[in-house]
Design a protein around this ligand. Structure first.
Ligand SMILES: [Zn+2]
Length: 277
């Protein structure tokens, strides 16, 4: 039996409406950040308090997206009776998103693009090495490669989940395909998609003139720990807990840090000179 949106409790209908707004608004970030061409790419978000998620309709141009055309699906990837016309089918990547929601309960948002630089690494089947502090901050290590898989069953979803379960990264480069990112909500997953493309591009450029310097594991750990647990959660810019950090941490405003409203961290790799505040 198909679930009908207008038969759900009022709170669930409100939650769906809010989620449709988020997902519609966030799709605008994909072309704005040059992550997609034509109708490629998609964002989805789990509906809080319901076993549902909202995703982009298939084949609709970015200019025509609005909250009321966002498709609502069960966690099996089946479109519910959500008030949209039957011709609006959910994105062709819906099965992969659904598999992630079913198997990673902590994930609230999923994004898929074919952004150029990240996809170029995927084409080589090569992980992006952790050679930038922002990679340590955001991804806690290299961005891994997932298996080659084609659309049609659960193999893409399974490849994403199996790769990300063994990594701190919120991004995976599916081989010969492109990046999938996850987050606590859709906005977090979109941020991961933007950051993934940014580091893919920077490390690619760095490679052109030599070998990028690897950041030692313990320093990556401390970057990740600090960024995930302190930075961005109202921590002051005074660096009050720098002394607690196991690594040598130099507090410096990082203008490239996302949502930079407080000082970021900058940890010096062995052979680089320290940045000064
Ligand atoms: Zn794709």
């Amino acid at each position: 039996m198909t679930i009908a949106l207008d038969q759900l409790p009022a709170e669930a209908q409100d939650a769906v409406a809010r989620t449709r707004e988020h997902v519609s608004d966030l799709h605008a970030e994909l072309p704005r950040n040059q992550l997609v061409v034509w109708t490629a790419g998609n964002v989805s978000e789990r509906v809080p308090g319901a076993d549902l998620f909202v995703i982009k309709p298939s084949g609709v141009s970015y200019d025509e997206l609005s909250p009321d055309v966002m498709v609502v699906c069960t966690l099996d990837g089946e479109k519910i009776d959500d008030g949209t016309p039957a011709r609006l089918t959910p994105s062709s990547d819906t099965a992969a998103h659904a598999y992630v929601y079913r198997n990673m309960s902590e994930v609230g948002g999923v994004v898929h693009t074919h952004s150029t630089y990240a996809t170029a690494w995927a084409a080589r089947g090569e992980e992006i090495p952790c050679v930038l502090t922002m990679m340590g901050d955001e991804f806690g290590g290299p961005i891994p490669v997932g298996p080659f898989a084609i659309i049609g069953d659960d193999s893409i979803g399974r490849g994403i989940v199996e790769t990300l379960k063994h990594s701190r990264s919120r991004a995976v480069l599916m081989q010969n395909h492109g990046p999938f990112t996850i987050g606590k909500d859709a906005r977090d997953a979109v941020k991961a998609a933007v950051m993934c493309e940014e580091v893919a591009r920077t490390v690619h450029v760095a490679r052109q003139l030599g070998d990028p310097i690897a950041i030692p594991e313990p320093i990556i750990d401390s970057l990740f720990e600090r960024y995930q647990n302190v930075y961005g959660q109202g921590a002051s810019s005074s660096g009050a807990d720098v002394a607690d950090s196991p690594a040598q941490v130099v507090d410096a405003a990082d203008p490239l840090a996302p949502d930079a409203d407080a000082a970021g961290t900058d940890t010096t790799p062995p052979s680089a000179s320290a940045s000064t505040p």
